[in-house]
Design a protein around this ligand. Structure first.
Ligand code: ADP
Ligand code: MG
Length: 221
């Protein structure tokens, strides 16, 4: 018997501007744990809208999303769902400027009540595994752009989320640093049996994912 999908998206629709803009139209797909999936298509095609609905940053106008068999519409405490089950990586790192990389990576574990010693240990280990041990005590502005974005990936993965939503995560990096970030995300999907959804308009990056979904004007191509 095949395993049930980790994520099911069914006839999803989202409008903006009181229905004047159809950002998503009747989008359906499913995806399994341990996979990487690229969302592709030109700017404005609905990639960010789709990720924000799956990550419960926004709610759909039509259709349904199920994560691990659970209909997201039934979830009232969106912040608790996000803290436990979702890791976000954006184009810009959004690190807290006054906190070191170590403290930034520890922060998501506070929401889950992870004890202090374990927070320290897990953040330090993850940063070390990303080649950032020597940068852990630095503030974000004192490390390179590539290092900051790797630390942002560490922060997204530290709670071992089932879903990782990455919105143009390499959009601000040169190709070598971009490849480094993609490798970290792919390795996480495989090792932690997570599902990585990655929005990109870079064909090389899309080709490195297990599957691709292409959008045009909010609909699947
Ligand atoms: N908050 C918003 N208010 C109004 N229109 C929006 C908003 N967010 C996105 N849109 C519109 O929805 C469409 C899809 O946008 P988006 O999901 O950001 O696409 P992408 O991430 O592929 O560039 C675009 O036409 C965009 O202008
Ligand atoms: Mg976008």
């Amino acid at each position: 018997m095949s395993e049930p999908a980790l994520l099911q998206v069914l006839n999803l629709g989202r409008d903006y501007d009181h229905g004047a803009v159809h950002a998503l139209r009747d989008v359906s797909f499913s995806a399994h744990a341990g996979c990487t999936l690229a969302l592709t298509g030109p700017s404005g095609c609905g990639k960010s809208t789709l990720l924000s609905l799956i990550g419960l940053l926004d709610r759909p106008d039509r259709g349904r999303i199920e994560v691990q068999g659970r209909d997201l519409a039934t979830i009232r405490a969106a912040h608790a769902f996000r803290a436990r089950s979702v890791g976000f990586v954006f184009q810009f790192h959004h690190m807290v400027p006054a906190m070191t990389l170590q403290e930034n990576v520890e922060a998501p574990m506070l929401a889950l009540g992870v004890p202090r010693a374990e927070r320290r240990e897990r953040a330090a280990q993850l940063l070390a595994s990303m080649g950032l041990a020597a940068r852990a005590a630095f503030l974000p502005r004192h490390v390179s752009g590539g290092e900051r974005q790797r630390a942002a990936v560490a922060r997204a993965l530290v709670n071992r989320p089932a879903l990782v939503l990455a919105d143009e995560p390499t959009g601000n990096l040169d190709s070598q640093n971009g490849r480094g970030v993609i490798e970290l995300l792919v390795a996480h999907a495989h090792q932690a049996q997570a599902l990585v959804l990655l929005a990109t308009h870079n064909p090389e990056i899309a080709a490195a994912m297990d599957t691709r979904i292409e959008l045009r004007d909010g609909a699947r191509v």
